[in-house]
Design a protein around this ligand. Sequence first.
Ligand code: MIC
Ligand code: SF4
Length: 642
Amino acid sequence: MKENLVMKIFKSHLVEGTLKPGNDIGLRVDETLLQDATGTMAALQFEAIGIPRIKVKRAFTFVDHNMLQTGFQNADDHRFLQTFSNKYGLYFSKPGNGICHQVYLERFSKPGIVLLGADSHTPNAGATGMIAIGAGGLDVAVAMAGRPYYTKMPAVVHVKLTGRLKPWVASKDIMLELLRRLTVKGGVGKVFEFGGEGVKTLSVPERATIANLGAELGTTTSIFPSDQRVLEYFKLQKRDKDYKPFTADPDAEYDEVVEIALDKLTPLVARPSMPDKAVPITEEEGKDVRQVCIGSCNNSSYDDLMLVGAMLKGKKVHPDVSLTVTPGSKQVFEMVAASGALQHMIGAGARILEAACGPCIGMGQAPPSGSVSIRTMNRNFLGRSGTPDDRVYLASPYVAAACALKGRIYDPRRLGSKLPVIRKAKSFIIDDSNIIKPSGKPGKVVVEKGPNIKPLPLRGELEDAITSVILIKVGDNITTDHIMPAGARVLPYRSNIPAISDFVFYNIDREFPKRAKQSGGGIIVGGGNYGQGSSREHAALAPMFLGVKAVMAKSYARIHRSNLINFGIIPLIIRDQAAFDSIEQGDTIVMENIREHIKKDDRMSVSIKNRDKTIEVYLDTNARERKILLSGGLLNMIKQEA
Ligand code: MIC
Ligand code: SF4
């Protein structure tokens, strides 16, 4: 059989199951990635597993999210992660070295390997022909301990690109177009493998923007072939030795095909407040813009910032606009400085931020109330910027720079046929001194934990009967940002579950934590694609801490569903719309013989006590998931097995 690229890598890493779409499989993991906001929990979980050293080929910890040090908390977390990495065998990328996905792409990515990362944009590395999957921190901790990663075999979609992008149209627009067509649920249970003649026209950074945004479609991951363009990139990084050609067989078979004619695309923007609300920019032109933020792991490469520098050269940012620029890595920062592009940005009036996630995760730069902020990022969920009534648009660097100059939403094609001139780099500045190798004498290293790092909460055994109240009922596409917000105020509590649990559903219902505590826990009811977006397991862990026993939703996003199971929260499915409509916040749900139902994975009739009626819910779990639920969570299961 003619094999696609995904099949080739999955086949060489398969340790359990068969590679049919929808089947449960276990994959050998070569490398793992942690970042500081998900990493502290993953580190505590790895410690709880109790092995002396990581068992993957290479593991990495990056500090890039929790960068504002307004108190001791974030600095303590950084020190914890550095000493943890040193002891257990992980490379540690210091604060200031850059965003995990950008640095990993530059310095470590390798065709043909499998990376598991505690961050939903881990697929960014798929730009160099590897399988890079985002997961919850506990799944990554378990992989670090040498165990396989379990997931469902995704269907492989061939995204066939033809032609070449027109001037002022960027690789970002390819994904905004896919999001427009397929929505934020469109990639669930799928891997997008990019191919076709058009792929050759795209550089590695352009491909990374695409693979990164695949997360917004809900895909398991996205991948590009490892071809001449990858070799070109590795040469610039002085890593030619890491290159190997790796492509699908000619006439490879796929489960689905999607075609995009690159020359037909025009600049798009995603309207507030969902990445799939993409429309041609012409529909939004003229609206006043108060802020422009260029950066995030989606568009902060050397090429992106050189383009912005060229567009701003000799010009001034509009008086009503605050423009921020966040380089993706120390390498990018140094290179744009050396090239002069940084000076063009500063001269134009840009505010230059450190190489980190920054505004993307609400670590500063909240826009003014109700105003339009144009961002080259991947997520525009309501309130993520830090301003509750924000109006964040997602757009390419071309669009962002044009809007910054004009003070309104402005189609960059109006800037004329003269494209910005960008000096291509002949080689990149290579300096890995901010990446600290693990200690050769781990026995001597003491892991330092500050007072904000609280012990890991564990769930007790799964009960056999639950009588619980519905604490909240929400609609479709609820993100983990809605469930557990991030931002400068909340992120410092990522290693303190009792403190962070006070912010569960903060932007939807401020009374939720209080209500949960008063009722001694309860149940959450969600719509379709519940828990999409960020991989943060705090969106499961904090509700668990508040006593949430089950979620009843129409369907789940992949990572959040696994996180719920990992922490012993039962992800029940409501298939019938009438049943969904018939339940409300405040209803009392009675579930009986739960353990028996889970063992059999069958339909469960739950009664709604106050309404004197029953509804049917479903489990749809595999044997391993049932075992985890029955053990009261994955860590409990691992301890029992040991
Ligand atoms: C995000 O982009 O939402 C984050 C912050 O990087 C998250 C991880 C986190 O919440 O720490 C993600 O994408 O998984
Ligand atoms: Fe950081 Fe934003 Fe990328 Fe998440 S999406 S890793 S917050 S830059």
